[in-house]
Structures are given as C-alpha cells and as structure tokens.
Design a protein around this ligand. Structure first.
Ligand code: 5GP
Ligand code: MG
Ligand code: MG
Length: 195
C-alpha cells in the first residue's frame, strides 16, 4: 500500500494501525471540493484562502490548484493542543495574517474539525476584519466530537473519533509528510518522552 514516496517515508507507514483515507481518495475529493468552491464563488472576482497552519499546509497547497479563479493565500498559526493529543477550549492565535481582508471573500481552511473551538476562535478573529463573506472548509471532520456549533461549508471526509496523522496532520510535528491519512498505533501515541 505505501504510495510512491522516498523509502524512509514509506517505512513510516508501519507506524499506522490503519489507513482511513488513501492518497487516491484524497486526490479525487480535493478535485471535487475545488469545483464546489469555484462554483460557490462564481460571481466573485477573487478569493482569499486562509490556511490554518501547520496542519492545513498540504491540503491548502493541493486545494488552491483546483480552484479555478484568482486566489490570494495567507496563513494563521493557531495552537490548540496543550499536549500532543488533547485539544484545549481556548485556542491561541500565535501568528496573525498579513493581508487586508476588508470587503474580501474569505475561505478559512483547516485540516480537521474536532471540538470546533479552533473554528470559533478563528471566525471570531477574522470577523473583526470586516470581510465581505467568511466560509470554512476542513479536510476532515470528526463525528460526535463537537463542543460548539460549527457548520463547515466544505468537508472532505467524516471520520470516526480516532487520533489521525498524515497529509499535514502531525503527532509531535511528525508524520505530516505521509500522503494518506491513518490512525497512529496506540503504543506510539504516548511515549514516555512526551509525557
Ligand atoms: P478543534 O479546535 O476543532 O477541537 O481542533 C482542531 C485542531 O485540532 C485541528 O486544527 C488539528 O490541528 C487538531 N486535531 C484535532 N483532531 C486531530 C487528530 O486526530 N489528529 C491530529 N494530528 N490533529 C488533530
Ligand atoms: Mg490545527
Ligand atoms: Mg497538530
């Protein structure tokens, strides 16, 4: 199953307990999302895409190449994890945007919608900048985990409540380079060195 990638990356697939979304499935879904987004903004001249980094890096890079209109890109760094695998209620904005968003159509992109706190926090901050519209897209959405109301406009895949890595999603900054999304083996999720 390891896709075309460097041998040492291919070896990382051994750390996965299961693969939830394959590289091929991601590629096909991203193309469809690109079409949906293009259609949604067909009357706009331009779209500003805001990637919540680091997690949305790979998804955003692939997605913007499937959006058939002029796009501006900026990033926002938000920290939501106190330790490596459990989210906090009040995510912190560590690095804010550079672009002026006034009267712009803004699409916020994250890797995964879990409790919804990151979504709430980012939308609150972006709203202050008076854009013409705000929409939200996430590659993944975890079922049954929402703590606040969050209705994403674009979603790639719904997945069960398991900690996943790959295609931008990390564990301690690792595994982002995997081209599929999978569940990390449980014995690798809490090594004593991270406790
Ligand atoms: P929320 O604020 O919705 O609870 O969490 C969203 C953020 O938590 C995402 O941007 C992502 O960084 C992180 N996150 C949530 N679930 C997972 C997961 O299963 N794996 C990884 N690697 N990150 C996750
Ligand atoms: Mg994140
Ligand atoms: Mg992370």
């Amino acid at each position: 199953h390891p896709p075309l990638c460097a041998p040492l990356v291919a070896a990382m697939f051994e750390d996965l307990e299961s693969i939830l979304v394959t590289e091929q499935e991601i590629r096909e879904r991203v193309a469809i999302l690109g079409q949906e987004i293009t259609e949604t903004y067909r009357d706009a001249d331009e779209l500003t895409v805001i990637a919540i980094i680091n997690g949305a890096l790979l998804f955003t890079a692939d997605l913007i190449r499937q959006i058939d209109m002029p796009v501006r890109v900026d990033c926002m760094r938000v920290s939501s994890y106190r330790n490596n695998t459990s989210p906090v209620q009040e995510p912190e904005i560590i690095d804010m945007l550079r672009l002026d968003l006034r009267d712009q159509h803004v699409l916020i992109i994250d890797d995964i919608l879990d409790t919804g706190h990151t979504f709430m926090r980012v939308v609150k901050e972006i709203s202050k900048l008076k854009p013409a519209s705000i929409r939200f897209g996430a590659l993944l959405e975890k079922e049954g985990r929402r703590e606040v109301e969050a209705h994403p406009d674009f979603v790639g895949f719904s997945i069960p409540d398991q900690f996943v890595v790959g295609y931008g999603l990390d564990f301690a900054e690792r595994y982002r380079q995997l081209s599929c999304i999978g569940v990390l083996k449980s014995e690798l999720q809490n090594p004593p060195s991270w406790a």
